[in-house]
Design a protein around this ligand. Structure first.
Ligand code: ADP
Ligand code: UDP
Length: 235
């Protein structure tokens, strides 16, 4: 499978057409951004890790009954995926207080939540991805009731599978963001699952093993990504 014309260059990935109208190739970059693009940098090796990790987790999720866009890993940084129409919602699940949740509610980072939460942000960089609820999402035509129900069901399933999996490799899943898309009338999981999009803490030391090291200038950013990658036990 070959890359044809570039469709899009995002902050973390480039997206290419292929000869198959149903298939795209994503190419993961080492570029890192935070705070809606205000902070920019490079995390050496990130593209390779995010590509392989995302594919590893998505294959696991497929086995657990969550449909995903994964078609085939093509190289260290490139993967063929089903071309979807992205639902313009960032779906965020939280198990432990952190980030914007901790700040907004004055609940210290690290406090375990009594139950997992789900929230939506409307994907619009110019607006700074504002948080919305499912009624807003339906009212603005971002998704239908049926789509929101499917997204909610899959998102909590993704959480269950990932909590268990990460626990088995000594990592606590604090929170994460996922995106879904429409593929021939079905909702499937798209985009990526990586240390860019999840908060991952060492289960014993609570050391941050994710993009917060970059966002907050904590140092050892590459080491944290490599540590997660090592624990995944993939090549
Ligand atoms: P951003 O757009 O936030 O800068 P990226 O650099 O990750 O993000 O760019 C990848 C883009 O491709 C995102 O807009 C994402 O929603 C989109 N995308 C991810 N998976 C698919 C897919 N299977 N089909 C179509 N678009 C996708
Ligand atoms: N997240 C993401 N992309 C975004 C915003 C958030 O992948 O544009 C992830 C982030 O890595 C974290 C979770 O979603 O795992 C919750 O992020 P939060 O709302 O706390 O925002 P932040 O503190 O990152 O601004």
């Amino acid at each position: 499978m070959e890359k044809l014309e570039q469709l899009y260059e995002g902050k973390a990935k480039k997206v290419f057409k292929t000869e198959d109208p149903d298939v795209l190739i994503v190419d993961y970059k080492d570029d890192a951004t935070a705070f809606n693009g205000l902070k920019k940098g490079t995390i050496v090796g990130k593209g390779v890790i995010n590509n392989k990790m995302s594919n590893h987790i998505m294959s696991l999720l497929e086995k657990e009954g969550v449909p995903t866009h994964l078609v085939k890993e093509l190289s260290e940084r490139e993967t063929a995926v089903k071309k979807v129409e992205i639902v313009p919602l960032e779906v965020i699940i939280r198990n432990v207080s952190a980030g914007s949740f901790a700040k907004k509610l004055g609940i210290e980072e690290g406090r375990k939540l009594l139950c997992p939460t789900l929230e939506f942000s409307y994907k619009d960089d110019a607006l700074g991805d504002p948080m919305i609820n499912s009624y807003y999402a339906m009212a603005i035509g971002a998704a239908t009731k049926e789509e929101i129900d499917a997204i909610t069901k899959y998102a909590f399933k993704v959480n269950e599978v990932m909590i268990r999996y990460f626990e088995s490799i000594g990592i606590e899943l604090i929170d994460f963001k996922i995106e879904f898309g429409r593929y021939h009338g079905q909702i499937i999981l798209a985009d990526e699952i990586s240390p860019d999009t999840c908060r991952l803490w060492d289960i014993n030391t609570h050391e941050k093993l994710d993009k917060d090291r970059f966002r907050r200038d904590l140092g050892n950013v590459e080491d944290a990504y490599q540590e997660v990658f090592k624990r995944l036990g993939i090549q």
